[in-house]
Design a protein around this ligand. Structure first.
Ligand code: SAH
Length: 364
């Protein structure tokens, strides 16, 4: 049995079952044996693969998007270019290479990577070591110096801890992680106390579901959008968040654990599998609107990348190196095809007041 399971079961025996969010926080970020704290999980030989790791074109298009956004903000002499959860640093590295073509952008950018994992910080430092850019790290968005800002994040929101609630006896109850029995170390889901006032956090279209239903609450999304909204209060700013999930709030348990590209049960091996939950884009854009930052999207990934010029970028790369034709075609397919990442993954943008329409989005 792993140290993490021993510790979690002792904790549950002493202080009672944990919320799903507390369980996720431990499993992913415990400094000693949390999943992100100790591993470099991203890539073909690891546990999961992400869009920037599929193709350099992904980060390049994000870089051009960021450069256009900087122009839209009036080309501030100095601005914060912030990435949330940069993984291996690949997206930022590709973005900076592409954005270099826009005069002044790189000189104006102060780059900060928001990263909780010490293991990934050192991977990011080596990926970005040759970029020539000045990079800093921070654990929290709130701690980054104020000023005009462009914030980007791919697959960051999906690993923010979620709470879950079960409908039981006509009321919503917290779903908790407990032990199968007093002497066991096997983690199981158990029914917790009624949600009480937190029932207000359930998306409006899901509030009246019948007994046996399950919904998810996302305190982490609210916290991060709150930090973005504070940042955009006195300065121009634009944020682009990319993740997987439905456009309209849906019921159901979306916790997913991946180990070596295979799904495993979320409670089975905490610390050794990536645990994520789908992002609820309807709630996300609603939070943004409530906080006074203008939401755009969600736009499906396939449509977004193609509208930003992915096919012509692929054609240019093929022209420069004709033997990459099949590889490039495969990369475009993986990122844009509806059966691959093209529709499940979506882009949303949040703007401070007074900016023009962001690239890749249409007026609503
Ligand atoms: N954007 C990357 C990595 C996605 S994995 C890519 O597309 O490849 C999620 C990343 O977010 C990891 O780098 C993880 O360590 C980081 N992360 C997750 N939750 C975090 C938090 N609360 N604070 C800071 N970083 C976090």
């Amino acid at each position: 049995m792993s140290d993490m399971v021993t510790r979690l079961s002792e904790r549950i025996r002493t202080t009672g079952p944990l919320t799903v969010a507390a369980f996720m926080t431990e499993a992913l970020f415990d400094p000693k044996d949390g999943y992100y704290a100790t591993k470099d999980p991203i890539g073909a030989g690891a546990d999961f693969i992400t869009a920037p790791e599929v193709s350099q074109m992904f980060g390049e298009l994000i870089g051009l998007w960021a450069a256009q956004s900087w122009l839209d903000m009036g080309s501030p002499e100095r601005f914060q270019f912030i990435e949330l959860g940069p993984g291996r640093g690949t997206m930022m590295s590709d973005a900076l290479r592409a954005a270099r073509t826009v005069p002044g952008f790189l000189d104006a950018a102060r780059i900060t990577l928001i990263e909780a994992s010490a293991a990934l910080k050192s991977v990011q430092a080596s990926t970005l070591g040759t970029s020539g850019a000045q990079i800093s790290w921070s654990n929290r968005l709130e701690a980054v110096e104020s000023g005009p800002s462009i914030v980007v994040g791919n697959e960051f929101l999906d690993c923010l801890p979620v709470r879950q609630a079960n409908r039981h006896g006509g009321e919503w109850h917290e779903r908790l992680v407990g032990l199968e029995n007093e002497d066991s170390t096997k983690l199981v889901f158990v029914l917790g106390p009624p949600l009480g006032v937190d029932t207000d956090l359930i998306p409006a279209n899901l509030i009246d579901l019948p007994d046996g239903s399950l919904v998810e609450l996302r305190p982490g999304d609210q916290q991060i959008l709150g930090a973005i909204a504070d940042r955009f209060k006195n300065d121009k700013g634009r944020a682009l968040l990319i993740d997987y999930g439905p456009a309209i709030s849906e019921q159901g348990d979306t916790l997913q654990a991946l180990r070596a590209h295979k799904k495993v049960a979320p409670l089975d091996d905490p610390g050794n599998a990536d645990i994520t939950a789908r992002v609820d884009f309807q709630s996300l854009t609603q939070y943004g609107r409530n906080l006074g930052i203008t939401p755009y999207g969600p736009v499906e990934q396939g449509q977004f990348l193609i509208s930003l010029g992915m096919e012509s970028r692929a054609a240019a790369l093929i022209q420069a190196a004709p033997d990459t034709k099949a590889t490039m075609a495969r990369q475009v397919w993986r990122l844009t095809d509806p059966e691959q990442m093209g529709t499940l993954f979506k882009f949303v943008c949040f703007d401070s007041v007074g900016l023009p329409l962001p690239p890749g989005f249409s007026a609503r």
